[in-house]
Write a protein that binds this ligand. Sequence first.
Ligand code: HEM
Ligand code: HEM
Length: 236
Amino acid sequence: MITNKKTNQKPVVRVWDLPTRLFHWALATCVIGAIITVNVGGLYMEWHIRFGIAALCLVIFRIVWGFIGSRYARFTQFVKGPKGIFAYLKGSNPSKPDAGHNAIGGWSVMFMLGVIGAQAFTGLFSTDDIMTQGPLNAYVSNATAETFTSFHHLLSNAVIALIVVHLLAITIYALRGKRLVPPMITGNVQSSELAPNTPSAQDDIKHRMLAFVLISVLCAGGVYLWVLGNALPASF
Ligand code: HEM
Ligand code: HEM
């Protein structure tokens, strides 16, 4: 565990480890990239597939990181049952540190990971019946591919709606004086904003190396999928 650091004389607590922050901005880039490229269409569909596969790898990374990552990245820290949600809504949860995702935010993170993961997964089997198909499309029947493609279309609306809600929630927090974006960039929150003695997350070289090995393995899987897709003939 790293100890509180001093930045501009103000003590801060490390809340978001580097892997979680890099994951977040990479996922945002890939999801927005996938949406833009599919709308431009044509040859940019190649980039849609690339961004989509990368998004899938990132979601898998985050799910594993939810079990082995640092304190505030762990699901056990922010996925709360009805009691925890009720306590949060009543505003009385003094025993828990006021750092990381709150009880509602935690479930919205799980929901986003689930929907984006499902969106990317269904993409693997989708086809536009012209020239773009997911790398696993050829391995399922036409009827199954059609079902996956319909889900891919349907879920894309849910993904866009979730992003809008995500950005709205962050804006509302900012208007109420709670700035969530700087910690997602620097990793730090001023200790004066947190419950007393809130511990820092582990963000040392050991954790970062672990994340690097994990994302490298997932990238290798992603590249394999990409190569597999390139070997397929066009669907027309
Ligand atoms: C398409 C784009 C985006 C997606 C898919 C997305 C997804 C996510 C996810 C999955 C998390 C949870 C992080 C974790 O625990 O690993 C998160 C948190 C967060 N995101 Fe995004 N994000 C997007 C865009 C943005 C943008 C543009 C901003 C800033 C303007 C932003 C600001 C934040 C902040 C501040 C948090 C932390 C919230 C908290 O403190 O509980 N996100 N986002
Ligand atoms: C989070 C990641 C992804 C997002 C946000 C996304 C979003 C979209 C959207 C909005 C469409 C257009 C749907 C429509 O025309 O109504 C689409 C189509 C498509 N996507 Fe994705 N996608 C993602 C991942 C993937 C992946 C991983 C693959 C394959 C490896 C993929 C393959 C396709 C294909 C083949 C189409 C054409 C289907 C058609 O036009 O009927 N997508 N995607």
